[in-house]
Ligand binder design. Structure first.
Ligand code: ADP
Length: 255
């Protein structure tokens, strides 16, 4: 706790010191609050699938349950296990990004090729959902960590796919500018209301649970994207399209 004996109104060095102590204390308690909130969110997100798994496993052991029902219970157990597994993977990735001890492992690679490869992996899902994709990718070399950046495109594309209804469109562009590379993912999906835009990069934040609860997610995808982009000295902005859907714009400095 900040010592009340130090007078922050003093104009000398002691006053300066007192001010900076006070500043530090505020920041530390803020960190503490974020840490506590994070632990409570993580526990909550683990708790609900675990309860489901336990409950359905118990039902499976009940011999009076008919065979057809058993299959459904097993399916719930399977999807809840997948949810836990993706949550764990994302948490591990976030922790490793938080604790990155050494500078990024940078190498030169073709960003346009990487984005194209990622989209190829999702082609079947796009076909299944009847979503059409258009891409305008300038040729572009970039110096960065390819495995981290791959996660950025993967998360942005999987969100665009998750939050866009059948028959929608996704447009991806990469513009090779003098000092930076500008990448944008634009979809014709359900969009995000203005009031939520500020919070979508917060850990565990999901817009209006009732609206997205049918769509599986952890609320960790965008925080991961933002952290990786920032580690490369870049920025990310989310914007509502004039007609419908969202555009996520990533700018990566070349130097
Ligand atoms: P999630 O795992 O829930 O998708 P994210 O961190 O990736 O978590 O995204 C946070 C929230 O932002 C999502 O729950 C969703 O409500 C909203 N969101 C993200 N991308 C889009 C998009 N392309 N269109 C509409 N809503 C989106």
């Amino acid at each position: 706790q900040f010592s009340p004996e130090l007078d922050i109104d003093r104009r000398d060095e002691i006053g300066q010191l007192a001010k900076s102590f006070q500043h530090m204390t505020v920041r530390l308690s803020e960190n503490d609050r974020i840490r506590k909130e994070f632990i409570s969110d993580v526990s909550h997100d683990f708790q609900s699938p675990l309860l489901n798994i336990k409950g359905y496993a118990e039902l499976l052991m009940d011999s009076s349950v008919p065979e057809v029902e058993r299959k459904n219970y097993a399916k719930v157990i399977q999807s809840e296990t997948e949810r836990l597994s993706s949550l764990t993977k994302q948490l591990m990735l976030l922790t490793s990004l938080d604790q990155l001890a050494s500078p990024l492992r940078k190498e030169a690679f073709r960003l346009d090729k990487q984005i194209k490869e990622v989209t190829l992996r999702y082609r079947w899902l796009m076909e299944e959902k009847g979503i059409s994709l258009s891409m305008y990718l300038d040729e572009a070399k970039f110096l960065g960590d390819p495995s981290f950046l791959e996660k950025v495109w993967e998360n942005l594309l999987s969100n665009a796919l998750k939050y866009t209804e059948a028959g929608g469109t996704i447009d991806i562009s990469l513009t090779n500018r003098k000092d930076e590379l500008a990448v944008s993912f634009c979809d014709s999906g359900i969009g995000i209301d203005e009031e939520h835009l500020e919070r979508i990069f917060d850990r565990f934040y999901r817009v209006d649970e009732s609206r997205t609860k049918e769509i599986p997610g952890t609320g960790l995808g965008l925080p991961i994207v933002q952290q990786i982009v920032q580690l490369h000295g870049g920025t990310i902005h989310a914007q509502r399209n004039l007609d419908q859907g969202m555009t996520f714009a990533v700018n990566l400095p070349k130097a």
